[in-house]
Design a protein around this ligand. Structure first.
Ligand code: ATP
Ligand code: MG
Length: 432
């Protein structure tokens, strides 16, 4: 019986995992330039951490949680997203304390879990890279964080992305808009989906986020939240657009955009691709401001701003745009060993090269000489070191630079104790 991986999950195999590493390294380097530091929280959390923050009426909490009771009967869930766990950690570890840098800036990367209907770009275990900034309500924080996301995509060579923004305002805004939305939606009750009918009074903003076609038609004519912004919210949103202009960052405003999580306030944004190969899953990065969330999870009033991007969707865009990330590094040395008598020496050679800080591989499959040289070529080796029975008897190793074709014999002891000098000498040979 051969097993299959669970539905909606992927094996990330060698050949593919190198791309993941390149993307991760690009993110780490860039985020460091913006002074973000990595945080790693558990893969599972107490369910309240998620339900209290993401929102009881959201799809994530009502339908998509991977939750279970553990052997101690604790209600646990695999994390569906990164922000709520980080806020939990921020409060628990008192990262708001005076000994910590303000704003407190962290990034994360790792798997998230949602019980979704798997399709292209929509998985049950997917991966996100995200960031959070705590303690600044300056609109410049919104803008530099969005700018960082855009710079990240640019550094990977991705083109033709759109930045879409909106404001969800503050409490005052939400109260006023909620009523306006209920007044608008109620006459359409019959036309709305069952989900939206249920949410109409509980959380009418959720109706705007519906993916149901009937709902979408109704929602198209809904009043704009931007007409209900409080004075404070209006001021914040204007500052954000002005600063985007100051950095020459193009953006669109979509007043119907609300995002799938309840904790947002003020600025929200998505970065989308119009590439037809992305299908309905066109959003690769999404986030915004969440000024109530830290207090909601028991911490002091603390402003927050963050985003998360979907790793798998990022890979889809790279593929759609024909972008191949940096190829594998070359292999420094391949050891060809001929005859069973050289097995020990080949082992010693390959180990001493690796311990000197170089990459090395050898034949362990008893291949014929020709097949071993072919393998060295395939592995993109810079140097081939050959040890046969004659070399063994003479205490030497034949070293060949595959690019220049120059060959030279070195004492076995020199290879084992001073590979660095052998490598430098052989790499600086000229084509004959
Ligand atoms: P969507 O509307 O596509 O369901 P969402 O609002 O649930 O997205 P967020 O929770 O904001 O998305 O997650 C941020 C990003 O993570 C998304 O823009 C997307 O790139 C990625 N993402 C979310 N859910 C999945 C999933 N099930 N599979 C793959 N990527 C995902
Ligand atoms: Mg979703």
């Amino acid at each position: 019986m051969a097993y299959q991986r669970p539905k909606g999950t992927n094996d990330i195999l060698p050949g593919e995992s190198e791309k993941w590493q390149t993307i991760e390294q690009t993110a780490r380097k860039l985020f460091n330039q913006y002074q973000f530091h990595e945080i790693r929280t558990p893969i599972f959390e107490h369910i309240e951490v998620i339900s209290r923050s993401v929102g009881d009426t959201t799809d994530i909490v009502t339908k998509e949680m991977y939750d279970f009771h553990d052997k101690g009967d604790r209600h646990i869930t695999l994390r569906p997203e990164g922000t709520a766990p980080i806020v939990r950690s921020f409060v628990e570890n008192k990262l708001f304390g005076p000994e910590h840098q303000k704003p407190y800036k962290v990034y994360y990367m790792g798997p998230m879990f949602r019980y979704e209907r798997p399709q292209k770009g929509r998985l049950r275990q997917f991966h996100q890279i995200g960031v959070e900034v705590f303690g600044s309500d300056n609109p410049a924080t919104d803008v530099e964080t969005m700018a960082m996301a855009l710079q990240f995509f640019r550094e990977l060579g991705i083109k033709d992305l759109r930045l879409v923004i909106n404001s969800l305002g503050d409490q005052e805004t939400r109260t006023a808009y909620r009523q306006a939305l209920i007044d608008y939606l109620t006459p359409f009750k019959e036309q709305l989906s069952a989900d939206s009918n249920r949410r109409l009074l509980e959380n009418p903003l959720r109706v705007l986020d519906s993916k149901d076609e009937r709902d979408k038609a109704v929602v198209a004519g809904a009043p704009s939240i931007l007409d209900y912004l409080s004075e404070t919210a209006q001021k914040h949103f204007e500052a954000v657009t002005k600063m985007l202009d100051a950095l020459n960052i193009a953006y669109e405003i979509d007043s119907n955009m609300v995002r799938g999580l309840d904790y947002y306030t003020h600025t929200i944004f998505e970065i989308m691709s119009d590439d037809s190969k992305m299908g309905a899953q066109s959003t690769i990065c999404a986030g915004g401001r969440y000024n109530q969330l830290v207090a909601e999870l028991g911490g002091p009033e603390t402003a927050g701003f963050g985003f998360a991007m979907g790793f798998e969707r990022l890979l889809m865009i790279l593929e759609a745009q024909g972008i191949t990330l940096a190829a594998q590094k070359p292999l420094n040395a391949y050891v060809v060993s001929l005859g069973e008598a050289t097995n020990i020496e080949a082992l010693q050679i390959v180990q001493s090269i690796r311990q000197a800080g170089f990459s090395a591989e050898r034949d362990v499959m008893n291949r014929k000489a020709k097949a071993q040289f072919k393998t060295a070529d395939k592995l993109n080796a810079q140097l081939v070191l050959t040890i046969g029975e004659t070399e063994l008897a003479n205490g030497v190793v034949n070293v060949k630079n595959l690019a220049t074709r120059v060959e030279k014999a070195y004492p076995l002891t020199q290879i084992q104790t001073q590979f660095e000098t052998v490598y430098q000498e052989m790499m600086h040979t000229e084509k004959e």
